[in-house]
Design a protein around this ligand. Sequence first.
Ligand code: AMP
Ligand code: MG
Length: 414
Amino acid sequence: MAKFAEPELPTFNEARCLVEKYAAKLSPTDPELLSILEAAGLALSEDLRADRDFPPFARSTRDGFAVRSSDLSILPMRLRCVGEIKAGATREQSAIMIQRGETVEIMTGAPVPQGADAVVTVEYTERSGDAVMVQRKVSPGENIVAMGSEARGGAIMVTRGTRVTHATVAIAASIGRPEVAAYKRPRVAILATGDEVIDINLAPGANEIRNSNSYSLAAQVSAAGGDAVILPVARDDAGELALLLRKGLEADLLLVTGGVSMGKYDLVEQALASFEARIFFTGVRIQPGKPVVFGEVTLGQKTTPFFGLPGNPVSTMVTFQLFAQPLLDALAGSTPQTLPFAQARLKSDLTTKTGLTRFLPARLGGPNSQPEVELVRWQGSGDLMAVSQSNCYIVVPPDRAKMAAGEAITILLH
Ligand code: AMP
Ligand code: MG
């Protein structure tokens, strides 16, 4: 194995660490005030604080009867019902003080009255007139969420740097914030290269292929809170490439696809060299995506990081997730995220070659209690159908040539 290792290229972990360190030094874009729905997917530039206690009153989580738990020493116990409290009851309607031997009928979401310390769910009670027979004991606090137990008034409920999700939107709504401050979307320029690559609106010649990479990348960028700017496809021509690269370097991040392998017309590295680019790596010991390039260019006052992503569509997608995403997170003001690795049981034996960390398109499925993961049949790094049928990658460490059915293995969700 050592014979085939390429010591000059970093391992997956080394390359990822390098990218994370670089990302830690980037500053996010400016913040702006956005409606909570517009802010979805962006990172908050402010902490969201509770405007009052959450919950604002001791809240019943069940329909049933509010009781003093110490009253239920013997079962069944007969209590006297002295009132009813609905969700939304006014302060006056809920201002009932229950005494020993008394109970109040209560609904889910209603404030628990003074004197009561638990709620017995309705299934364990039988009511006739004022008398309620309780069949079950409850411990103090049962079926009640205490006032302020989720958050005290003024406490931080969501920290700055959190991506706004549906849950964040719910919190903002709950604290009366129809607008929140979030970082602007960083601009990410996308430049596809290759003489065979044509715009998707054109009819392809026999040996031409449509530009899918610019669009898959734009979708990934947009999902990561970036603003994708798709540049025209660059021919394999040093002059044209240099012109479009200059345009792309005006963005906060530049993603180039294709032209980074070792082919005669793989001109991206040469063209970037003409900008005196600082190159941090020119490949990583992974598959797919081995020729991935990472560097930065300074033009005047502005330094722009860039990636040269391999042109094979699956390689482009994988290397975006593995390496470009942390930079995008940082530029978008998000707290650093780890990759979504998980463990799953392998469905069938798997054999591969050692030397590279592999990310193989796979499907996690099977019954909920027993999820299993299986490789998707694929024809290599150009096979778009394989990735579109997959929901994760099986991660094969560089020293493993075989993995056996039934083994717990690492997967990367995508
Ligand atoms: P390259 O990295 O330029 O050597 O390209 C590797 C493979 O990916 C070739 O088969 C290309 O035709 C294909 N490819 C390159 N760019 C794109 C693109 N923008 N969309 C789809 N396929 C591409
Ligand atoms: Mg090419």
